[in-house]
Every structure is written in structure tokens, then in C-alpha cells.
Write a protein that binds this ligand. Structure first.
Ligand SMILES: NC(=O)c1ccc[n+]([C@@H]2O[C@H](COP(=O)([O-])OP(=O)(O)OC[C@H]3O[C@@H](n4cnc5c(N)ncnc54)[C@H](OP(=O)(O)O)[C@@H]3O)[C@@H](O)[C@H]2O)c1
Length: 399
């Protein structure tokens, strides 16, 4: 499917080496060269169409092979300047999908359309994606009544490069590196075509510029989990100097909740639960106290906490929260004073966190079993679904 982009990329790379493209900018994801003279409303540049590449090939084939690349480059410039302001994008793409609810074995790699854009959306060439437990719950049919139609391409999180922008987009331009959770509401009408694909569409408000110091894999590990922790802690009323308890400090959300509580919200004490082997790991994230959940009975703790975030779902929050404290429950039973909170994807949260990520005070945590290759998505889900990931399960690279 990627014939157009790959072939154009090869011609562009060769042309660049011949120095035919003065002022030409290379888009890292798609290897498509952009022509700055075609800068439009949002700074988007002109590109080459599939039709023009076909023309390039037929014309250059009449020349000797040593001249061919040079000629291709010249024709590329000439024709690119007359095409519309978008880079070449295939009509179909490789993506993981399922057509029936059920286990991970229902997933297969197949060919699906590249999503059409709404006016407020950008098309992302996905470079890396991350898995979340909600993918598995959704595939199991738990949210069938509010789900998007089948077949479904799962995946909420991605990092990649913008290759096309809708007519109302103002924040991003072609070539920008972005990351985000592409479904505003993960349970209610999530995107039918998610991020376990070569391309994904998302409203610009759901995205943020990728922190410059992070790889695509690191950035992709963050959105749904970090936004959940950030929003959840805020909803629970966190403030500087609070004592915070994270039930489940070693998972995707927990590793970020510990760091956010300590580094961003400036909690005075952060306590967390973790398995025996992961106590040091969670301490290394900034937790002051890490309790082995196999050894400790939380009801025996004398200390109570201002804010508790429950990522485990065993209903243990009321044992550690102060009577006037905030208890946000992400999964499982909700007992007073707890409340359920479900993430709403929001690029502005990521933008607020970017300085912490760029300074290194907030760090992405990728489970060491990964990143898994794009061909290994089923295996990666199998690993996540065992329920013992340390940090995030990431899929990278996605070419
Ligand atoms: N409401 C929302 O908006 C929202 C958003 C995101 C996630 N969630 C939900 O929140 C839950 C956590 O998500 P996640 O992405 O963090 O999942 P995850 O990465 O799969 O979490 C796995 C982690 O949970 C730990 N764990 C398992 N049992 C534990 C226990 N009894 N005590 C302490 N830690 C325990 C595991 O540690 P060990 O290996 O040491 O056992 C592992 O590190 C999921 O149910 C997810 O669907 C809800």
C-alpha cells in the first residue's frame, strides 16, 4: 500500500543528494519532500500527487539511468507547484482490526481505508502507538451500546507526523510532530479507525506538539494514561502539599500518577502500592512510600491521605482516604467518598505537561518487554492483558 509514499520518498532522497531541491524540507515520517513556495493558510506546503509521480516515472524512463533521478527531481518540482497543498497519501493502509467482539485472536492485520478528514482534523502518519486496557474491554464488547461500528481498528494513543490538515485546522501544519489520544471519549463513540494503523485522523484539539526530547515511542506511551492521571488527580482536588496515595503505582496510569503527584502537583508525600519486585521501581519514580500489595493490609495503615487515585479496582480506596479527602476510582467498584472518572482526551492537557516532559521531571515509562513491532500487536495485547505491565505497552516502529 505504501508504494506511492515509498517510491516518492526514494525519488526525493535521491534528488536531495543531487542538490536539486533548494530549500526543500524533508518530512521525517513520510519521506515526502515539500515545496516551501506553496505555503498556504496554515503554513502547509505543496507536495506531489500520485498522478504526478506516475508522470515522473514515464518521462524519466526515456533517459539514461544516470540522468533519471536528476530529471525526476526537476519534474517533481515543476509538477508539485501545480498540485493541491497536501502530500501524497495512499487511499488504503495496513491496520489491525476486528470484525467481531471477542478475544485478541479476533485481531488481524488487514487493509482499510485511510480516514477522510473532517475540517477540524489532521491526518497523522503514525510512527508509534500504545495499548490501553480499555482497548481490550472494548474488544470484549463491554461498551457495545456506545461503541463505534465494527469492523474496528483499535488504539487511542499515537505519536507521528501530520501529513494532511483539514480546512479549519489552525494549530498544526504538514510536517509537525504530534502526539495524542485520538478519541475524545474512549467509551462513547470512539474512533472506528484508531491508531494501530499506518495513518490516523484526529481533531486538532486532541493533539499536542510532541516534546522535542522524546522519541515517537516515548510520546505515544503517554496520552490516555497521563491525561487520565492528570485529570483524575485534579478532579479529586489535589493541591500542593497534599498527601497522595496511588493504588497501583507500577502500571500505565500508576507510574504517571506517582510522578504527576510528586513533580507537577508538588505533593508532600506520595505513597503507592506495588508488587514485591516492583517496590524499587516505583520508588525510583518519586514515591516516598511503596507498600507491597501482597504483604500489607491497607486498613491497618494509620496514615490517611488527602487524595487517592485507584487504578486497581478492588475498592480499597476508602481504607486510605481521609473522610474529607478526594478518591478518584478509575475502575471497579465505587464506594463513598469515591467517584468514578473517565478521561476526556484533550491536547491542552498534554501541552500543559510538555514543559515537565521536556525538562525531564516527568518521564514516559515504557514496559521493558516492548516496544513491540507492528507485526506483534496480538502478542502485545496478550502481554497487557496479563495485567502486570510496568508502565506502558508500546508498539513501535509503525512504518
Ligand atoms: N476511567 C478511566 O478514564 C481510565 C483510564 C485509564 C485506565 N483506566 C483503567 O484503569 C486500570 C489501570 O489502567 P492501566 O493502564 O494502568 O493498566 P495496566 O498498565 O495494565 O496496569 C497493570 C499494573 O497494575 C498492577 N496491579 C495489578 N494488581 C494490583 C494490585 N492488587 N495492587 C496494586 N497494583 C496492582 C500491576 O502490578 P504487578 O505486576 O505488580 O501486579 C501492573 O503494574 C484499568 O482497569 C483501566 O481500564 C481507566
Amino acid at each position: 500500500m505504501a508504494g506511492v509514499v515509498t517510491a516518492v520518498g526514494a525519488a526525493v532522497a535521491a534528488a536531495a543528494s543531487l542538490r536539486q531541491f533548494d530549500g526543500c524540507q524533508r518530512v521525517p515520517s513520510s519521506k515526502v519532500c515539500l515545496i516551501p513556495s506553496r505555503v498556504g493558510r496554515s503554513g502547509m506546503t505543496g507536495g506531489v500527487s500520485q498522478r504526478s509521480f506516475g508522470t515522473m516515472r514515464s518521462r524519466s524512463s526515456r533517459r539514461s539511468s544516470s540522468d533519471a533521478l536528476k530529471v525526476r527531481a526537476e519534474i517533481y518540482i515543476e509538477e508539485a507547484e501545480t498540485t493541491s497543498a497536501s502530500v501524497d497519501i495512499p487511499k488504503t493502509q495496513q491496520a489491525w482490526l476486528y470484525s467481531e467482539y471477542g478475544p485478541k485472536e479476533n485481531l488481524s492485520l488487514g487493509e482499510v481505508p485511510v480516514p477522510e478528514l473532517e475540517a477540524d482534523q489532521v491526518l497523522i502518519k503514525v510512527k508509534a502507538a500504545a495499548l490501553n486496557p480499555v482497548d481490550s474491554k472494548r474488544r470484549g464488547g463491554k461498551f457495545e451500546k456506545t461503541d463505534s461500528p465494527l469492523p474496528t481498528v483499535p488504539g487511542y494513543d499515537c505519536a507521528g507526523v501530520v501529513v494532511k490538515v483539514g480546512s479549519a485546522v489552525t494549530k498544526f501544519k504538514v510536517g509537525d510532530e504530534v502526539y495524542g489520544d485520538t478519541s475524545e471519549f474512549c467509551l462513547d463513540g470512539p474512533k472506528q479507525y484508531g491508531t494501530l494503523a499506518q495513518y490516523a485522523a484526529a481533531e486538532e484539539k486532541l493533539l499536542a506538539p510532541k516534546p522535542k526530547n522524546l522519541s515517537f515511542a516515548e510520546a505515544a506511551s503517554l496520552p490516555l494514561a497521563v491525561e487520565t492521571a492528570y485529570q483524575g488527580l485534579k478532579k479529586a482536588g489535589i493541591k500542593e502539599g497534599d498527601k497522595v496515595f496511588v493504588l497501583g503505582g507500577s502500571g500505565g496510569v500508576g507510574t504517571l500518577a506517582v510522578q504527576l503527584a510528586k513533580q507537577v502537583f508538588k505533593a508532600s508525600t506520595v505513597a503507592a502500592t506495588a508488587n514485591t519486585e516492583k517496590l524499587d521501581f516505583v520508588k525510583s519514580l518519586g514515591a516516598d512510600i511503596v507498600l507491597d500489595y501482597k504483604q500489607n493490609k491497607l486498613e491497618e495503615l494509620t496514615e490517611k491521605y488527602d487524595v487517592v487515585i485507584d487504578t486497581v479496582g478492588k475498592g480499597e480506596g476508602p481504607k486510605v482516604v481521609k473522610s474529607d479527602g478526594g478518591l478518584v476510582v478509575l475502575t471497579g467498584p465505587v464506594e463513598p467518598p469515591g467517584f468514578r472518572y473517565v478521561i476526556v482526551s484533550n491536547g491542552s492537557d498534554l501541552e500543559e505537561l510538555n514543559p515537565y516532559l521536556e525538562s525531564g521531571s516527568l518521564k514516559p515509562v515504557i514496559d521493558p518487554k516492548g516496544p513491540f513491532p507492528f507485526s506483534g500487536v496480538t502478542e502485545a495485547y496478550g502481554y497487557l492483558e496479563q495485567g502486570h505491565a510496568s508502565g506502558k505497552v508500546v508498539i513501535s516502529p509503525i512504518d
